[in-house]
Write a protein that binds this ligand. Structure first.
Ligand code: CTP
Length: 487
């Protein structure tokens, strides 16, 4: 019998095989052989053979909450089965991680075609990338000299997704500015497919205004980013933000982009509020706050990715409506309250909006004018409805109610008080003070967040991460909580 390469198996499958082998006092190879032999000889059941072994492994895997595993020593196609990924490897020490990425993608059933820049070839060889992808590796020199005119177009179109990992500052700059002077940049500009970028560079290069500008341009152009992470760099004595995301994080981002991830929230209706509210003073002036809506919108998008039917009630923000979400636009707190109440009943509600606490008692119908000698107008304020508290104590209260607490001091004490007062199950507490040390621009309006999850059971601290990562983790937590709530 041909040899079986156990190390090519998925970690989860390996673990499964390890347990079965241990139970039977066999080596893992021997266990795999016995199972294949049994399947072939039909010993697993009269109708059995390969279907039977597949079924047995599926049952075992599902009992352990694992994905579809291995059949006859071969990895079964999983979430990315049939997907074609064009992986562009840029030059950088992180290129070695791209090799692992190829392996992880192929384990999940994806076809991976690799394109390497000449700088990438200084770090890893086309031979290794080719062996792992089981395909020809395209390089600037070779492909540009030999391809027909349509070569780069075909390369970019014959993929479902383009992934740049590692993406150097140079590759980002080229794409942001529309350069097409080598195969990688030409393919990137010729594509009509989604592009995912995993940057990897020295922290100073990542923080440079030019790189930040390029990143903002690329995001505006619809390019998705994964990472970079903070931490030790491969170069000695260097630390900071710039390390490439881990291969499995990149895989998760790919699954999210191709929408092939698990859908534990399908059939669940979830309301999310986001952004500030604007409380009019007169037709041209209003009271507002610094909320950008980034965190609330990211949560709505993350819940939708897990299959939820998401209704986002958004105050005035400068960012796009998230994909796959039903967005209702409002201006004032009272409008937000009405929109939310009309959406009840729901399975869960997440109140991320920074609702203005007060509004003017009567907003002027005409622009308030300066009148000589009368001094500034006096604004009489009245309290706005507390939307979260209203829903937290509503007769149609959703099974799971989550609030946010933006505080500049006494974070935990205030969060715990809000939990009780507003009838919430969880409060996501974040320190929005200038000295919070989160990101360079702070939490409000910035891209990063550090939160604590406060519930009756206690406080869970999450490390600082991007608002997208906070959203993904919160969505996973909501899915977990809703599992126990039957409607
Ligand atoms: N909230 C709400 N309606 C309001 C005020 C707040 O739904 N009128 C929600 C927010 O969306 C958030 C939570 O209540 O989930 C806490 O908001 P926050 O502004 O931190 O607290 P406040 O209740 O406004 O209290 P304070 O301003 O005194 O801290």
């Amino acid at each position: 019998m041909a040899s079986i390469t156990i190390r090519n198996l998925d970690d989860e499958v390996k673990e499964l095989l390890r347990r079965l082998a241990a139970e039977n006092d066999r080596s893992m190879e021997e266990q795999a052989r016995v199972m294949i032999r049994a399947a072939v000889e039909g010993q697993l059941g009269s109708a059995g053979r390969i279907d039977q072994i597949e079924q047995t492994l599926r049952e075992l895997a599902s009992a352990r909450g694992l994905a579809t595993p291995v059949v006859a020593g071969k990895i079964m196609p999983r979430g990315l089965s049939g997907k074609r990924i064009l992986l562009i490897i840029g030059g950088g020490i992180a290129a070695y991680k791209a090799l692992d990425l190829i392996r992880r993608l192929r384990e999940r059933g994806a076809a991976v075609r690799v394109l390497m820049t000449s700088a990438a070839q200084e770090f890893i060889t086309t031979l290794s990338a080719g062996a792992l992808s089981a395909d020809h590796v395209f390089t600037e020199l070779f492909d540009r000299q030999n391809e027909h005119d349509v070569g780069h177009i075909r390369l970019s179109r014959e993929a479902d997704l383009l992934v740049v990992a590692p993406a150097t500052a140079d590759l980002m700059a080229k794409l942001a500015n529309g350069h097409a002077n080598d195969l990688a940049s030409t393919v990137l500009i010729a594509t009509d497919k989604p592009v995912l970028i995993a940057p990897a560079m020295n922290p100073r290069m990542w923080a440079h205004p030019a790189t930040r500008r390029n990143r903002a341009t690329l995001q505006k152009d619809g390019v998705t980013f994964v990472g970079p992470a903070k931490g030790e760099m491969a170069e000695s004595n260097e630390a900071g933000e710039g390390r490439m995301a881990e291969p499995l994080e990149i895989v998760a981002a790919i699954e999210a982009l191709l929408d092939v991830g698990p859908k534990p929230l399908s059939g669940r209706k979830i309301i999310v509020t986001s952004g500030p509210t604007h409380e009019p003073i007169d037709p041209v002036r209003y009271i507002a706050n610094r909320s950008s809506g980034k965190q609330g919108h990211a949560i709505a998008a993350a819940l939708a990715r897990l299959g939820a039917d998401v209704h986002l009630v958004s105050g005035p923000v400068g960012i796009a409506d998230p994909a796959g979400v039903k967005t209702i636009h409002v201006e004032r707190a009272q409008e937000m309250r009405d929109a939310v109440e009309q959406l009840l009943p729901a399975d869960a509600a997440v109140f991320v909006a920074a609702v203005a606490d007060w509004r003017t008692e009567n907003s002027a119908g005409e622009k308030i004018k300066k009148v000589a000698g009368e001094g500034p107008p006096v604004l009489r304020m009245v309290e706005n409805p507390d939307i979260l508290a209203g829903v937290g104590h509503h007769s149609q209260r959703p099974g799971l109610v989550i609030g946010f607490a933006a505080e500049t001091r006494d974070l935990l004490r205030n969060a715990e008080a809000k939990l009780k007062k507003k009838g919430a199950d969880l409060i996501v507490a974040n320190d929005v003070s200038q000295g919070s040390g989160v990101g360079s621009s702070g939490v409000m309006g910035g891209d990063r967040n550090r939160v604590r999850i406060v519930s009756k059971a206690g406080v869970e601290e999450w490390p600082e991460m991007s608002k997208d990562d906070v959203a993904a983790r919160l969505a996973a937590l909501i899915a977990e909580r809703l599992k126990t709530i039957v409607v």
